[in-house]
Unconditional design. Structure first.
Lengths: 958, 144
């Protein structure tokens, strides 16, 4: 092709290949480079053909790994050659040798632009390819408009347009302002009608980038994406050349589903239905086949579909299909699929409430933590980290510790950070936490960052119960012959502060403590010396009456360091020396460290801030950020005491939550049996989001930002307060605010969410989180209240009182009066339904934190629909039963006028979530919906309930 | 998005490199060295994915050649894995069972670069129809 007949180059390539060793090769290459350099320098009138020869040789040498620091100019100048063969080489070599930051490239902008707007299609393609591959900001600003024209031009061949689409994508990534949203959104939608699948594939990539920044502007693209996906998944009208091992372009399918993940929801019911049908088809219809390529391609589509289903927070049934599939994948032998199973299970944890099901796979996941392939081990670690909670923290953290000793170096830092965070977030008791961290330092000291040991010191300082335990542990580790320097630091610090608490035990006298710490002194670096000096000063201060011998020993050390070159050490030595001669006043100055203010764990923040660099923001991250954005951080407390410098430990100690308006009205109606009960369907976020964030944040010192943050829906809630009152959608006054402690999240929404599901958070404030888990059988129920203390101090005067309505019999087991720091208490609550009623039980909950008394009244989700059990009836049963019920009170009818009816599929969904079985086809009229269920109470026993909803379109009377 | 594509032999010689992100030469050498080390010793029974700095490398070995794509953490792994295979199938069409020597001795034929530029642009897939690419190559040949 272009360079055929270039004998010189062929000879050169052969020569290089025949070189016996690296040295010979270098000599040969240097000779050639010298030759090329002289040609470029001396022969001003080099013909384009000759230039091409040399430039191409340069590229070959460059590919061999040699530096080529000249000739860029010649390569760029070939771009303006009039003939194709030279121009082509100019473009190709420039794209390989240069990048967007090279000055030479700027010189070419005009030539490139002329090729783009010119008539020669071949030149257009070359130019678009160059700009698409290495164009920078300047290219974006001067070429974007021309590229857009080509993309929508009707006279260009698909060949040019697909290049233009991706070229524009590059320019948009360099500078998003070059695409004007107003003008472009419609054009983008039109592009999705494209017949040519090459152009469509490229355009879909462009769309992904656009929607990831601004989904609102591109709403009109959503139904078109669904259509495209439908067409592909059903293999309708797809040319043979675009199928890959029988699968209609898996890449376009994947891209299309990726684009769909950036739209928060699919509102139009028809589009939603079509989309779910397609997804269902993919989920159920993907089989494992022998051919590797076919298998990979179909599973690429399947995993993208899983991601989309998770994003859409689909119906329960579909979600459990996803979990079941993933459960299957993480157990298969095929490594790629197992890897993806683990990866996607971790993603699933981030979006939905499936922790319990995933926990069943814990043993399987731990097996993968020991897989020979590091890629799989990493995914297993991520998943274990994500699925950890109070119930399995001990097991998981111990697995991680055990694995730490044999783990690759590449993984140790991450592993120890994760173990430390889990131990902190979910410790059943604090002494266990201390054990874990000390073990971590012992086993992998090199990989334990300062943050980790700072944090354990904070805990010990803030918890008196823990201090002597920690001191004893520290002493134990110091007995070991060789310990890591971090261990020396933490032990010296703790023993200096709290060693005196154990002074009566054998081996803990000041002298003995000093000796055992000082033994490590010769092995440590300058960063540890200041800590040792402080520790000695404290030991000295605690030695009452003074022991002259010890005093002399320590003074000698201070003396020695008074002339140390390190300023910090010098200052400490000089000051401690002077202070320790002051006798009693020393006691005040060197008294115990004050407590640290509560603050977000720097570790947790560190884990959250982990750097990710992707072309488009991940859809999951985007959602998490949207939820955080409304938090107001109002204080910025600096730590008052002198821990070793810790600038990274940040504030976020108090998050002020906008106060809620509480509507009080008609306490009888719960809005549950009322279709208008769904007042929040306009919400940008499904309410469950927040709750999951909270669940994941259980018992963190202060919840992760996701949990503390006020999610946007509460703002919407306030705005909607008035209309919902008009709807009589029933909000009962609860959740009074008391004292200065503000609830986190919206209490009402939490209650509503729990009316529809059986586990979640009922209440949360900065001190406590109350979670609920419920099981219902016929007219009985068993709820467990999880009371989690989020603080490092105890909560006292805890009282939980149930105020049951007359129709419910409720028994709450004993609630302890104090909840220890960061502990979680479980209180079972038995419920029995005596007779039908719409009244609600209330939990009157109070506790004392410091001087503040907090009291809240919370509605409990033991509501009517929890005592329903779905049942299917046949037409033969339904209609006779229906007719036999003559009228009130057994049969009630209500006509709701003047409302926009809920679309039927949504109505059916709503019925199903209330545990009313929709019986399709029972009523011949498609506008009617018939449902049945059984209601259980002690007096009525099982009682069949029938519902018929009929839709009348009234003709306008005017 | 594809950050870069590398074709390397078992000794770590780079036979083709295409970068879609701006890297300095010294950085490119480092990347090529690291990627080679990362993939060359992996057991064939392992996954085809491996983390690389803040990204991941999707790779596949064909005889003595490693094809590696560096993509975003959030990208669909299997889709890119099959993208490598499709590329190999296209190369096979021109070299009938492509091998390392083809890439070396046909270097001056530009062919591999031209094919790649028709296949991937701006770090994204441009064309997935083998026929479309083969036809396009035919057109370009006529321009000589």
């Amino acid at each position: 092709m272009a360079l055929s007949g270039m004998r010189g180059l062929s000879v050169f390539i052969s020569d290089v290949r025949n070189c016996q060793n690296k040295e010979q090769e270098r000599l040969r290459v240097d000779k050639e480079l010298g030759n090329v350099r002289t040609r470029f320098k001396n022969e001003k009138g080099l013909s384009p053909y000759e230039k091409k020869k040399y430039v191409w040789k340069m590229l070959y040498i460059y590919m061999l790994g040699y530096d080529v620091d000249f000739g860029h100019m010649e390569a760029v100048s070939l771009i303006s050659a009039p003939k194709y063969p030279e121009k082509q080489v100019g473009y190709i070599v420039t794209a390989c040798l240069l990048n967007e930051n090279h000055d030479f490239l700027r010189l070419a902008i005009n030539t490139v632009r002329n090729d783009i707007i010119g008539r020669n299609e071949t030149f257009q393609c070359l130019a678009l390819t160059l700009v698409g591959n290495i164009g920078g900001r300047e290219f974006a600003e001067s070429l974007a408009a021309d590229v857009q024209k080509l993309l929508i031009s009707s006279s260009c061949r698909p060949l040019v347009r697909k290049k233009a689409a991706l070229c524009l994508l590059r320019l948009y990534r360099k500078n998003p302002d070059v695409v004007n949203v107003d003008g472009w959104a419609d054009r983008m939608a039109q592009l999705l009608d494209e017949r040519d699948l090459g152009v469509l594939t490229s355009s879909m990539s462009l769309l992904v980038a656009l929607v990831s920044n601004n989904h609102e502007a591109y709403w009109s693209c959503l139904p078109k994406c669904v259509k495209t996906l439908e067409r592909l998944a059903r293999n309708q009208d797809i040319p043979q050349e675009y199928t890959y091992y029988g699968i209609p372009s898996p890449w376009l399918q994947v891209k299309t589903m990726r684009a769909l993940q950036y739209f928060p929801t699919v509102e139009d019911p028809n589009t939603r239905r079509s989309l779910f049908e397609v997804l269902q088809r993919i989920l159920m219809g993907t089989d494992v086949v022998k051919n590797v390529n076919k298998n990979n391609a179909s599973h690429a589509v399947l995993f993208e579909a899983l991601a989309l289903v998770m994003h859409l927070d689909a119906e329960k049934e579909m979600m459990s299909q996803c979990v079941a599939l993933l459960g299957k994948f993480i157990a298969v032998r095929e490594p790629n699929i197992r890897y993806l199973g683990l990866e996607n299970m971790t993603r699933m944890l981030m979006v939905t409430d499936v922790q319990d099901i995933i926990k069943r796979h814990q043993a399987q996941i731990i097996t993968s933590l020991k897989d020979p392939d590091i890629s799989i081990r990493r995914r297993a670690l991520d998943l274990l980290y994500g699925m950890c909670d109070v119930s399995n923290a001990k097991d998981i953290v111990e697995e991680l510790l055990q694995y730490l000793s044999s783990a690759d170096f590449a993984m140790r830092e991450e592993l120890s950070l994760k173990a430390a965070i889990l131990a902190e977030k979910f410790a059943p008791d604090l002494s266990w936490y201390v054990d874990v961290i000390l073990q971590l330092i012992d086993k992998a000291g090199d990989f334990v960052s300062d943050d980790i040991w700072f944090r354990v010191v904070q805990f010990v300082t803030n918890n008196e119960d823990l201090q002597s335990y920690a001191a004893a542990k520290a002493r134990e580790y110091l007995n070991k012959p060789a310990i890591h320097e971090t261990m020396v630091k933490v032990s010296a610090y703790i023993l200096g502060e709290y060693g005196h608490l154990l002074a009566r035990r054998p081996g803990y006298s000041p002298k003995e403590l000093f000796t055992i710490i000082h033994e490590k002194h010769p092995t440590v670096s300058t960063s540890t010396i200041p800590i040792l000096l402080s520790s000695y000063a404290k030991i000295l201060m605690h030695t009452q009456p003074p022991e002259p011998e010890l005093q002399n020993q320590i003074w000698t050390i201070f003396n020695k360091y008074e002339s140390c070159i390190d300023v910090e050490i010098q200052q400490r030595a000089a000051e401690y020396f002077a202070l320790s001669r002051k006798g009693a006043s020393l006691m005040d100055i060197l008294a115990e460290m004050p407590k640290f203010p509560e603050r977000q764990s720097a570790l947790i923040r560190k884990a959250e801030d982990a750097e990710v660099d992707t072309a488009e923001q991940s859809a999951i991250k985007l959602r998490a950020q949207q939820q955080m954005s409304t938090a107001l951080v109002v204080t910025d407390q600096r730590p008052p005491n002198g821990m070793p410098a810790q600038p990274s430990i940040g504030p976020l100690s108090l998050v002020k939550v906008p106060s809620e308006t509480v509507d009080s009205q008609n306490p009888g109606d719960q809005g549950l049996t009322h279709p208008n009960g769904v007042v929040y369907k306009e919400d940008p976020q499904p309410p469950s989001q927040d709750i999951i964030g909270d669940l994941l944040g259980t018992l963190s010192i202060e919840g992760p930002p996701g949990a503390v943050a006020q999610s946007p829906q509460s703002a919407t809630y306030e705005a909607e307060g008035a209309p919902s009152a008009a709807d009589a959608a029933a909000l009962v006054p609860v959740g009074e605010e008391s004292g200065s402690v503000q609830p986190i999240g919206n209490i009402n929404e939490r209650f509503y969410a729990l009316c529809l599901k059986d586990s979640g958070v009922l209440y949360e404030d900065p001190n406590i989180q109350i979670g609920i888990k419920a099981e219902w059988r016929a007219h009985q129920g068993r709820l467990v209240l999880f009371l989690g203390n989020k603080n490092t101090a105890s909560l006292g005067s805890v009282q939980a009182l149930i105020l049951p309505p007359t129709h419910l019999k409720m028994e709450l087991s004993l609630v302890p009066e104090t909840i220890p720091p960061r502990a979680q208490v479980q209180c079972p609550l038995e419920v029995m339904n005596l007779r039908p009623s719409r009244d609600v039980a209330v939990l009157d909950f109070s506790y004392k934190f410091g001087p503040t008394m907090v009291n809240v009244k919370l509605r409990l989700p033991a509501v009517l629909n929890k005592f329903l059990q779905p049942i299917t009836v046949s037409p033969e049963e339904f209609f006779p039963q229906w007719r036999s019920l003559s009228g009130p009170p057994l049969k009630l009818q209500e006509v709701v006028r003047g409302v926009r009816p809920l679309p039927l599929p949504e109505m059916a969904n709503l019925f199903n979530t209330y545990r009313l079985t929709v019986c399709p086809g029972l009523d011949p009229n498609p506008n009617n919906l018939v449902a049945s269920t059984t209601f259980y109470s002690e007096t009525t026993r099982a009682m069949l309930c029938l519902v018929s909803s009929q839709l009348f379109i009234e003709s306008s009377t005017l | 998005m594809i950050r870069f594509i590398l074709l390397q032999n078992r000794q770590g010689k780079t036979r083709l490199a295409k970068y879609y992100v701006p890297l300095e030469d010294s950085e490119k050498h480092k990347v090529e060295y690291e990627v080679h080390r990362l993939v060359v010793n992996r057991d064939p029974k392992f996954t085809n994915f491996v983390e690389f700095r803040t990204h991941k490398v999707i790779y596949r070995r064909y005889a003595g050649l490693f094809f590696s794509l560096c993509v975003d953490i959030t990208d669909n792994e299997l889709a890119y894995l099959e993208c490598i295979h499709l590329f190999v199938e296209i190369l096979d069409h021109f070299f009938s069972n492509v091998c390392e020597l083809d890439l070396v001795f046909n270097f001056h034929k530009v062919l591999v670069y031209l094919i790649l530029d028709e296949f991937i642009l701006a770090g994204e897939l441009q064309e997935t129809s083998k026929r479309a690419i083969i036809e396009r190559m035919g057109e370009l040949e006529k321009l000589e």
